[in-house]
Design a protein around this ligand. Structure first.
Ligand SMILES: [Zn+2]
Length: 120
């Protein structure tokens, strides 16, 4: 892969990571708003437990809805740093740039990925 392509992909991953982070923060902020609302209305019923867990679960949910996880993006960045980004984990072939462009955190080339799909 060309250096410029790798740079472009890294920028893309960083941008995705940032937007994921932002959407998590947004959701957390709006959740805080909800919590305060219901706290005022149902102060008596508010338990001190559960709020943190709920936020974590919702963050997970929104990350899943985005179709990318923070961890997958971090992994991809780590692979870029390590120099083995863009290599198929199964067969060691280069993953085509077009595929990485569509799925920046792809770890498998197209043939291996479709084989993986069939296995499931
Ligand atoms: Zn492969």
């Amino acid at each position: 892969m060309k250096k410029e392509q790798l740079h472009a992909l890294k920028d893309m991953i960083l941008a995705k990571r940032e937007s994921l982070e932002q959407s998590m923060t947004r959701e957390r902020d709006s959740n805080d708003g909800d919590t305060n609302d219901s706290y005022e209305r149902h102060a008596f019923h508010m338990a001190d437990a559960g709020t943190d867990t709920m936020n974590r679960e919702q963050q997970y949910f929104f990350a899943a809805r985005e179709g990318v996880s923070m961890k997958a993006l971090d992994d991809a960045l780590e692979r870029i740093e390590a120099g083995d980004y863009g290599m198929c984990e199964w067969c060691g072939e280069d993953i085509p740039f077009e595929r990485l462009e569509a799925v920046p955190d792809a770890k498998l080339c197209v043939p291996c990925a479709s084989q993986n799909e069939r296995r499931r």
